[in-house]
Design a protein around this ligand. Structure first.
Ligand SMILES: [Zn+2]
Length: 302
């Protein structure tokens, strides 16, 4: 989470000012030649943490403003991802009234172990899963980075339940996998994977990517693919066919370079797509067209 921004004081030091600026949203980048989708965003969290978003002119409807600034640079469709019952309800409601937004619903793998009544929360998620503009079940999965041994059983039970919901409603499964590649595959195999599986914020190496590609899964690349220390991730992108690639912000987190550390939002997708084109040697127009078609195939129609 980003620290709350304080009002600028006339006496603030240069260093304080620099720190505050670092929390501001980056400038709007050059538009993409062909519109793409942001396959994974958290508009609710982004707006709650927004210090000085570039859509400040439309504070009457910040969601519509965030959607329109993204559309201006060629990010004209977004997938709003739920992490708990409240955010899943919020996303489903938003998708009903905002044509550019579709929703996915789930209990985040770090959220599930904290719930006093996991079954009741899962029933809520299942009732939202039935909605037409809810087009995926996620983010669910396994996270061994933030959840310790004591939470693992609940995390796995929740993941298994989400897999079952995705299959019952024939909707894509959006997976959060942090330091848990082998266990994610083990659980998918034991439950039987749904027809469409998306690995959100893909974080594996080329070998894991090749295994996911072989299984027909979609790999969604986030701003992390632009980071200097992400050579393994770029190798993973190179072994992924264009029709299994998605891009995402995971906003407000994982802001692409050169703005790493600042808040993220869907209008920054062009930085990730350009970097991905450079990494894979793909023609930018062709990559955009492929991402757009894959997004429609997986989540669409909008
Ligand atoms: Zn996320």
């Amino acid at each position: 989470m980003l620290a709350a921004m304080t009002e600028q004081q006339p006496t603030e030091s240069r260093r304080t000012r620099a720190a505050r600026r670092a929390g501001e949203f980056p400038p709007v980048p050059e538009p993409l030649p062909i519109p793409v989708i942001d396959s994974h965003t958290h508009l609710d969290i982004t707006l709650a943490e927004a210090a000085a978003p570039p859509w400040n002119g439309r504070l009457d409807d910040p969601v519509a403003a965030a959607v329109s600034v993204a559309a201006r640079v060629g990010v004209d469709r977004l997938v709003q991802v739920g992490v708990d019952v409240a955010s899943s309800r919020w996303g489903a409601e938003l998708a009903r009234r905002q044509p550019a937004v579709l929703a996915t619903v789930a209990l985040h793998p770090n959220e599930a172990p904290r719930l006093t009544d996991l079954d009741e929360a899962l029933r809520e998620i299942e009732s939202l899963a039935a909605e037409d503009r809810v087009r995926g079940i996620g983010e669910t999965g396994m996270d061994f980075f933030r959840t310790g041994d004591e939470g693992r059983a609940a995390q796995e039970a929740s993941f298994r339940a989400h897999i079952a919901i995705a299959k019952r409603y024939a909707k894509p499964l959006v997976i959060h996998d942090r330091d848990a590649h082998a266990d994610v595959l083990r659980i998918l195999d034991s439950e039987g994977a749904p027809e469409t599986v998306v690995l959100h914020c893909f974080s594996g190496d080329a070998e894991f990517a090749a295994e996911c590609v072989r299984r027909g899964y979609l790999l969604s690349f986030a701003g992390t693919v632009t980071f200097g220390n992400a050579a393994g991730l770029r190798e993973a992108a190179r072994v992924t066919p264009p029709d299994q690639i998605l891009v995402e912000t995971d906003a407000p987190y994982l802001t692409p370079m050169p703005h790493r550390g600042r808040p993220n939002a869907s209008y920054l997708i062009p930085l990730t797509v350009r970097s991905l084109a450079e990494t894979t040697g793909a023609d930018l127009d062709e990559l955009c067209a492929a991402i757009s078609a894959t997004g429609d195939r997986v989540f669409g129609p909008w």
